[in-house]
Write a protein that binds this ligand. Structure first.
Ligand code: JFZ
Length: 458
């Protein structure tokens, strides 16, 4: 008995030691670098407003900014939560849609700039459990579904800006950004004198105390109550201090493998990933860095009824190929409706992307940036294995004469196969590069991919 307990004790010590061992950055980043494609979700009470304040269409910015842009008083904004009742919310369905689309991770707004916590929190009553008729934490079932379907879970957390919890920072915007408010000039004079705040209720606590009493405890809750959390997505470091950033960063100890972005405090808390927003970086612009382009499907992060500026599935797929060809990730946004469902256009786009990914996913996942110069007809990604290389040629513009030129390539080709139908294509070496003989018509109208196997590395 004694022997056994000594043995058990030693085993325990050993496993504690192993689990306490820090992973290297490369080990921590590996899943993320292979994932290439994730879902961003911007959801909160702002979905209730949907871009309209007292009949006035919000003039500038995403619909999740309506409180700040339209200078909605705290009491009025909070009253709207009494109608927030997303009874059609089904976390399983959301995660299944992400998975079907080929996405490998989800980052959801646990708290956006309006300070509304989509989770049960002891740090503020301004949360979905205490302030809405719905009365349930929406992150709990999402975390469970992510873990069930093998999708990585990430939380977006607005650490500095908070327009409802007193003491939170405000990024200053003119009142005329919201609507043609006749009092704009007076409001702007007030916000100028009050560090961006437009309602005295926002100023009953200091920023330092807001960080201590709201942000730090909430980040701790997020990192301890939902099982494994893979990403913490900070945003807009307005007024951030060194002290606040250190206190927030210290909470990451609860999820030692977590990946964070570069928005905790600029420039001295650089995080793991760069976050180009609504744009795809130029060729080689961010080489050597881990980066993720976040982008909306229409023009707003939070749900907006009047925004019908939807990108086509073809554009979204081309963006994904473009981003992968430059070595980055694509974090594609959904702005769910107040009832808890995705806009129909988003559902359809996800389904189209999923069909394409089912056939062509291997040209995206775990690939590296293109080794070739820019290609007139599309994009390229690559995988290397020992002495061989696979190039994936993403053809957006099918050549009319059926001849695909890969300029500057002089390696010997083992095979050239269309992923869409398995058809093998003839190829020949020329002094200018490789020429591939394609069938007359593109098998995939979005983007057809040739898997080119060759010897040697580029
Ligand atoms: C921020 C938010 O304000 C916005 O509502 C949304 O959540 C988006 C994903 O992030 O907006 C930003 C943040 C950073 C930049 C631009 C907009 N930036 O660095 O250019």
């Amino acid at each position: 008995m004694k022997k056994l307990s000594i043995l058990l004790f030693c085993g325990l010590c050993l496993s504690l030691q192993v689990s306490a061992q820090q992973k290297t950055k490369d080990e921590r980043m590996q899943w993320w670098r292979e994932a290439r494609f994730g879902m961003f979700i911007h959801w909160g009470v702002y979905a209730q407003w949907a871009g309209v304040y007292h009949g006035h269409e919000q003039l500038k910015g995403g619909a999740e900014w309506i409180m700040n842009r339209s200078k909605i008083p705290v009491a009025e904004y909070q009253a709207m939560a009494k109608n927030f009742n997303p009874v059609k919310y089904n976390a399983d369905e959301w995660v299944r849609m992400a998975k079907q689309a080929g996405m490998k991770y989800i980052v959801i707004t646990a708290k956006h700039h309006d300070g509304f916590a989509m989770f049960k929190t002891k740090a503020s009553k301004w949360n979905i459990v205490d302030a809405t008729p719905y009365g349930k934490d929406v992150l709990k079932p999402l975390a469970a579904a992510c873990h069930k379907y093998g999708i990585r879970l990430g939380f977006y957390y607005s650490q500095a800006q908070d327009w409802n919890n007193p003491g939170g920072a405000v990024s200053r915007r003119p009142a005329s950004d919201g609507w043609a408010n006749p009092d704009s000039a007076a409001i702007d004079a007030y916000t100028k004198a009050h560090d961006g705040h437009w309602d005295p209720a926002q100023e009953t606590r200091s920023f330092a105390d807001y960080i201590k009493e709201v942000a730090v405890p909430q980040v701790k809750e997020l990192l301890t109550n939902y099982g494994k959390v893979s990403v913490l997505w900070w945003d807009t470091p307005t007024n951030m201090t060194e002290e606040a950033a250190l206190a927030l960063q210290a909470q990451l100890k609860y999820q030692p493998d977590i990946i964070t972005n570069d928005r905790l405090k600029r420039p001295d808390f650089p995080g793991d990933t760069k976050t180009p927003e609504q744009k795809i970086p130029g060729l080689n612009e961010l080489d050597g860095k881990d980066w993720e382009t976040c982008m909306t499907m229409n023009g707003t992060w939070g749900y907006r009824t009047s925004d019908n500026n939807w990108k086509t599935p073809e554009t979204l797929i081309h963006n994904l190929c473009d981003i992968a060809s430059k070595g980055g990730n694509y974090l594609l946004n959904i702005g769910p409706k107040p009832d808890g469902t995705f806009p129909q256009q988003s559902v359809e786009a996800l389904s189209e992307i999923g069909k394409w990914m089912k056939t062509n996913g291997e040209a995206i996942y775990a690939t590296h940036a293109s080794p070739l110069p820019p290609l007139s007809w599309g994009r390229c990604t690559q995988k290397t294995s020992g002495s061989g290389t696979i190039l994936y040629l993403h053809i957006f513009d099918w050549p009319a004469d059926g001849k695909l030129w890969v300029p500057g390539l002089h390696h010997s080709i083992t095979s050239a196969k269309l992923l869409a139908n398995g058809i093998l294509c003839q190829s020949k070496q020329t002094p200018e590069g490789v020429q591939i003989q394609l069938p007359a018509h593109a098998p995939d109208k979005m983007a057809s991919v040739i898997k080119l196997q060759l010897t040697g590395n580029l």
